[in-house]
Design a binder for this molecule. Structure first.
Ligand SMILES: [Zn+2]
Length: 418
């Protein structure tokens, strides 16, 4: 099973927007680019919502059937570990093996020595096509990277073998993710990590490093875009080299996590993948849940009232809701409107504050992040929330499709200004 060159990860927390999300890929196809959908849902999301991975599979299959989608599609066991993978094995065919927690844990001294000896050929200056300056790797770099990442890669190998033992190595797509950690990995580190992944026998098709800059949930990138682009290009060069040198799958590509709404780096991603004729996996999540809220608010009546109630609840429980996401949100409490203020809002006031249109003066980045982490509030409402989703499907679907296509797929894969 081979992942397409271009793919988009979409999260569908309440499993009601599969068709609307797939429609964005249909729109891409009519615009001349094949972007394959991957429905991703992490163990944490399933736990908060109270859903099982099989529900993501059923929803994906139903959307594909309804729209007559003929290209491949996948269901991603997002950020799974050896402890959480079991219930994902049957329904999923894409596995994001998260080993960030094991970065920095000590590997066996003998393993480190063997790794450094095996890859001594990397020491020195490596000139890679497409980049001006060579990669300079010292023996200390190799040693340090092995110390830092070898134990994590071995953990990835455990999960990979567990899945391949059950499904067969050719029947799933493996991603290795290292993004949920505090320090970005350099392109040289990425190259060395790929050497270790190849040694471990993992047929990795996508790799998710942590890039520099902040990737806050559901809002734009915060950081130096020029530096991001420089590093992204070097990462692509490192991948090209690793594929040739270590015999990794030829379609190996970068996976950009928390890719939702990182508008200011999308042109850089587009330019870089064009330059290298590279693929990319853009993993979004959460942005669709916010479009559900926007659609409810836009619908007015009961639906707008429910959207206001969700804000009020999220505001009341903001500390508890934000705590698990502390490292990936930046909310300015002074910018959060009071629930009483929001209670008086029209549909337009609510949608203008929430919809991610930065040129709109009413857009409120703090409110957006609070609601982003507030999906637990809607999950607790259960059928009250789901019934209104169903009753207002057309207006919600329109927002979901437009958001995914116009703001994400078009700038990244088609190079259109967002
Ligand atoms: Zn991630």
């Amino acid at each position: 099973m081979k992942l397409h060159k271009y793919s988009v990860g979409t999260g569908d927390r309440f499993a009601h927007q599969g068709k609307a999300q797939l429609q964005a890929c249909v729109n891409a196809l009519s615009s001349g680019v094949e972007v394959v959908p991957v429905w991703n849902k992490s163990n944490r999301e399933h736990t908060i919502i109270g859903s099982e991975p099989i529900s993501a599979r059923k929803s994906a299959d139903a959307a594909v059937q309804a729209l007559g989608w003929k290209l491949p599609y996948h269901v991603d066991a997002d950020h799974i570990t050896v402890a959480t993978v079991d219930r994902f094995v049957a329904p999923c065919d894409f596995f994001t093996i998260d080993v960030a927690d094991f970065i920095g844990q000590p590997a066996d001294a003998a393993d480190i020595d063997a790794f450094v000896k095996r890859h001594a050929g990397l020491i020195g200056s490596i000139q890679i096509a497409g980049v001006d300056a060579p990669f300079n790797i010292t023996s200390a770099d190799l040693q340090a990277a092995a110390q830092k990442f070898l134990a994590a890669v071995k953990k990835a190998g455990e999960v990979y073998r567990k899945v391949s033992g059950i499904k067969g190595a050719d029947n799933f797509i493996a991603e290795v993710s290292m993004d949920e950690t505090d320090r970005a990995q350099s392109p040289v580190e990425l190259l060395i990590i790929l050497a270790a992944i190849a040694d471990e026998g993992i047929r990795v098709q996508t790799i998710a490093p942590k890039f520099s800059g902040r990737f806050n949930k559901g809002v734009d990138y915060v950081g130096d875009v020029t530096q991001f682009e420089r590093e992204f290009v070097l990462d692509l060069a490192a991948i090209d080299f690793a594929v040739m040198r270590f015999g990794l799958p030829a379609n190996l590509k970068l996976s950009v996590h928390s890719g939702s709404d990182k508008f200011s780096i999308y042109p850089a991603i587009h330019r870089s993948i064009k330059k290298f004729n590279a693929g990319v996996h853009l993993k979004t999540a959460g942005t669709t849940w916010l479009e559900e809220l926007i659609g409810l608010a836009e619908a007015g009546g009961d639906a707008l009232e429910l959207a206001k109630e969700i804000y009020a609840e999220a505001f009341a429980h903001r500390e508890e809701l934000c705590a698990p996401y502390a490292t990936v949100i930046d909310i300015d409490p002074a910018k959060l409107p009071s629930p009483e203020t929001v209670c008086g809002w029209s549909s337009e006031q609510y949608t203008s504050a929430l919809r991610h249109v930065q040129s709109n003066p009413a857009y409120n980045n703090s409110l957006r992040q609070l609601l982003h982490v507030g999906f637990k509030v809607a999950a607790k409402m259960g059928p009250r929330y789901l019934d209104l989703l169903e009753a207002n499907e057309p207006v919600i679907a329109k927002n979901v499709t437009e958001n995914l296509f116009d703001r994400h797929i078009a700038p990244v894969f088609l190079g259109r200004g967002a």
